[in-house]
Write a protein that binds this ligand. Structure first.
Ligand code: UDP
Length: 141
């Protein structure tokens, strides 16, 4: 087991549905602790930079448009195997394929508006956390 951190974003659709607390309760029940948090309206430039790895994909513009369509909740989570634990809670990218009881199965409407983002690896998590939080904003506990 390894103590890890991961970046979690509650996307505009889930913020609009007012289920921030329900999603965070799932993180807490799974042993993940919030170590940094902020609500933010992303600028187009911030969203494009965050998803730069997808810039050549056909869904890139729609993804950026969606991510700036309303505020998001950005959280750094810490826990044992946090990256995988968080992705297990999220479920598959396409909510139609997400396992019952996962966040995307319960709260997401489509592959575009799929409620949550989670880092896909420990190295990615480091980059993504640093994208939104200064080192002094991450309060390990
Ligand atoms: N996405 C999309 N259409 C696709 C594939 C992905 O709109 O065909 C969006 C979706 O919001 C997804 C994000 O792009 O969450 C990043 O894709 P990735 O494959 O990294 O999925 P994730 O790690 O979020 O499950």
């Amino acid at each position: 087991m390894a103590l890890e951190r991961t970046l979690s974003i509650i996307k505009p659709d889930a913020v609009a549905k007012n289920v921030i607390g329900e999603i965070y309760a799932r993180f807490e029940k799974a042993g993940l602790k919030v170590v940094a948090a902020k609500m933010k309206q992303l600028s187009r430039q911030e969203a494009e930079g965050f998803y730069a790895v997808h810039s050549a994909r056909p869904f890139f513009k729609a993804l950026v448009d969606f991510m700036i369509s309303g505020p998001v909740m950005i959280t750094a989570l810490e826990g044992e195997n946090a990256v995988l634990a968080h992705r297990d809670l999220m479920g598959a990218t396409n909510p139609k394929e997400a396992a019952p009881g996962t966040i995307r199965a319960d709260f997401a409407d489509s592959i575009d508006a799929n409620a949550v983002h989670g880092s896909d690896a420990v190295d990615t998590a480091k980059v993504e956390i640093a994208y939104f939080f200064a080192a002094t904003d991450v309060l390990s506990r």
